[in-house]
Design a protein around this ligand. Structure first.
Ligand SMILES: *Cc1c(COP(=O)(O)O)cnc(C)c1O
Length: 368
């Protein structure tokens, strides 16, 4: 019997995406094995951070790296080390801010559910621009002695009102202000692991529990040696505000192996597997007699490079009804309410699960 069922929980099939709400992603056997082995012995956690950070940086073509308990914990740590400047005393006092630096500049067009972590540090968020446009002079004009950093959400969709990252970096550099890039979900392609650091960002954040398929409570900051040294100096296991987001040795071990798997992965082959999953589903669904339009969208929800299958419904059907039908059958799928469509991400589906999703989706579509 399944572990969850034995304990009174019925699991779902995740055809929606790598959402934390459902558990994110699945770890590979060797990742789980590494976590098990890491759990068996005691180590100096700080030494482990330094050593595995070094290895992760080499692996991904970055200058330095630091493991966190997730992208959200990483955002908090990045914010804190910017505010604390180089003072351990300042850091220990957070969220009470003793220094001058206390503002993070964020574009309104990029505000998202995750940037609350910045405010946890005690800092203020200064918004610039609007949904349509952000002007260079707004960024330049809002930088002052209180500016602790500029935070950039690296989604490649919804960038309508944003300045390009390169522009933001160029302006921030002029005033010696660090740029933090939240690229939590920006994989694939794997080249993104170094793309934003190469563009000149000081700290770039990835979630470990999404497409990287590491532990759900893991994340990584890639950055310049100077900033990563500060992460090591102030971050957990040290006491202070970021102790709320400590990283276990098991999570570090798991994320490191997940990164190795990811870097070694044949991207084309993986893409083929994802398409095969979607092909199985669309072939089955295309057979039903209801009016629907099936379409492969070549991007993930924040512009990542992987395919999703969209199923546009006729007026007689509603996406809400289909989603709730599937949910009752313990299947999560996505909903695009504006276009009255439902969609399937192949990222977390085994073939057998894809066949179940196809069957149940057909049933839902044919139900009156
Ligand atoms: C998922 C996500 C996070 C949080 O990642 P965790 O690893 O779950 O903490 C932060 N920012 C963005 C943009 C995300 O998509």
């Amino acid at each position: 019997m399944d572990f969850y069922e034995k304990n009174g929980i019925i699991p779902y099939i995740n055809a929606h995406d790598t959402y934390t709400m459902y558990g994110g992603s699945r770890m590979a056997e060797n990742t789980l094995q590494a976590m098990k082995e890491a759990a068996a012995s005691f180590v100096d956690l700080k030494q482990m951070q330094i050593q595995f950070g070094k290895k992760a940086a080499e692996l991904t073509g970055n200058e330095a790296a630091y493991f966190t308990n997730g992208a959200e914990g990483a955002l908090l740590l990045c914010a804190c080390i910017c505010i604390a400047e180089d003072s351990e005393y300042y850091y220990r006092k957070l969220p009470e801010i003793l220094g001058t630096k206390r503002e993070f500049i964020v574009m309104r067009a990029q505000r998202n559910a995750y940037d609350a972590a910045l405010a946890v540090s005690g800092a203020d968020i200064v918004e610039i621009g609007d949904a349509d446009e952000t002007l260079e002079m707004e960024l330049e004009g809002s930088i002052n002695e209180k500016t602790a950093g500029v935070v950039y959400f690296a989604s490649t969709l919804y960038q309508r009102g944003s300045l390009p990252l390169e522009t933001v970096i160029a302006i921030a550099k002029k005033y010696n202000v660090p740029v933090i890039v939240d690229a939590a979900a920006q994989l694939p392609p794997k080249e993104n692991l170094k793309r934003f650091t190469q563009a000149g960002a000081d700290m770039v954040i990835f979630s470990g529990g999404k497409t990287l398929c590491g532990p759900q409570d893991s994340g990584v900051i890639f950055g310049t040696r100077q900033w990563i040294e500060r992460c090591i100096r102030f971050g957990a296991p040290e006491h202070g505000i970021c102790r709320v987001s400590k990283t276990s040795r098991e999570a570090m071990a798991g994320l490191y192996i997940a990164l190795e798997n990811y870097v070694l992965q044949d991207e084309e082959k993986r893409d083929g597997e994802l398409r095969e999953i979607l092909r199985r589903i669309s072939e089955r669904v295309a057979k039903i007699e209801k009016e629907i339009t099936l379409k492969i969208i070549e991007r993930g929800p924040v512009g990542q490079k992987y395919p999703r299958l969209f199923c546009y419904l006729s007026e007689k059907n509603s996406s809400e009804k289909i989603v709730s039908f599937l949910k009752k059958e313990r299947i999560y799928i996505g909903e695009d309410r504006i276009n009255n469509a439902v969609y399937i991400s192949p990222l977390n589906l085994y073939k057998e699960e894809a066949d179940i999703v196809a069957e149940v989706l057909c049933k839902a579509l044919e139900a009156e």
